[in-house]
Design a protein around this ligand. Sequence first.
Ligand SMILES: C[S@@+](CC[C@H](N)C(=O)[O-])C[C@H]1O[C@@H](n2cnc3c(N)ncnc32)[C@H](O)[C@@H]1O
Length: 286
Amino acid sequence: MGIDTGSTGRGFDTDTAARIRANEANWDARTPIHAASAFYDLPGRDPRAWFADFEWDDLGDLSGKDLVHLQCHLGSETIAFPPLGARVVGLDISGESVRAARALAASKGVEVEYVQADVHAAADTLGASRFDIVYTGKGALCYIPDLTAWATEVHTLLRPGGQVYIVEFHPLLNALSPTPPPDGDETLLLRHDYLSGRGPTTRDATHTYTDGPPLTTATTSHEWQHGIGDVVNALIAAGLRITRLRETEQLPWPRWSTMTPTTGWYSLPDNAPRIPLIYALQATRP
Ligand SMILES: C[S@@+](CC[C@H](N)C(=O)[O-])C[C@H]1O[C@@H](n2cnc3c(N)ncnc32)[C@H](O)[C@@H]1O
């Protein structure tokens, strides 16, 4: 097993580096399908609809803040920040995503600087101590093989006093499966690991979480499951101070058909067990 010194730049073993490159190709292939999907509804959906109300409470006043959105994909969330007064950078490994995000921002008349880079090289690419806020999540951390390296990038990007805000799918949702199983079974059944430790999960799928035509190339992707303890400990090890951890029963889309809309997002009905589906983790650089 060799050490990769190529585009990932962080000395991953060659297998891990190859998985990151496969993910880049997979997200390039997904991008035109996602950009045209009803799921993202880029022309019509208010970007703020991708956020839960508590996110705005936690983020506070954004005016005059330098904010970077890591793993921004189409920029469907990224464009919500500039109208609130923030100077915004979006970063993603997928060149196709970055191109689509630039086009979306231009079509909405919103100013965002988009950069194509591996998140593991974010600080070298964007500059150390440059941001007041690092925002990331909703399907981002599952592409991070090494949370310690990632948390170090986050720490380096932040100015002293700056905060990272992670809003991510709860490992319990991932264990239940974030998308309905092929047989449509609606049971709350543990189908996957909650905890990390088994290494990457490899998928070969022509369909992703959106509607639209099948992928015809680069159908393989790799994910790493992370328990909340892993994320918390990686942030602490990087020198960040945890200030908030929320667990919420809301999701931005109806994963189960029994979910009902609540404040724009969806919750399971009252007679279902109360379980966390999204978590929000906030930490500051001292
Ligand atoms: C599900 S999206 C998350 C963004 C947003 N929450 C959304 O739902 O559109 C995941 C993004 O992570 C990006 N990504 C995956 N691995 C990455 C890496 N190593 N560095 C930077 N971006 C990466 C993908 O290209 C993709 O755009």
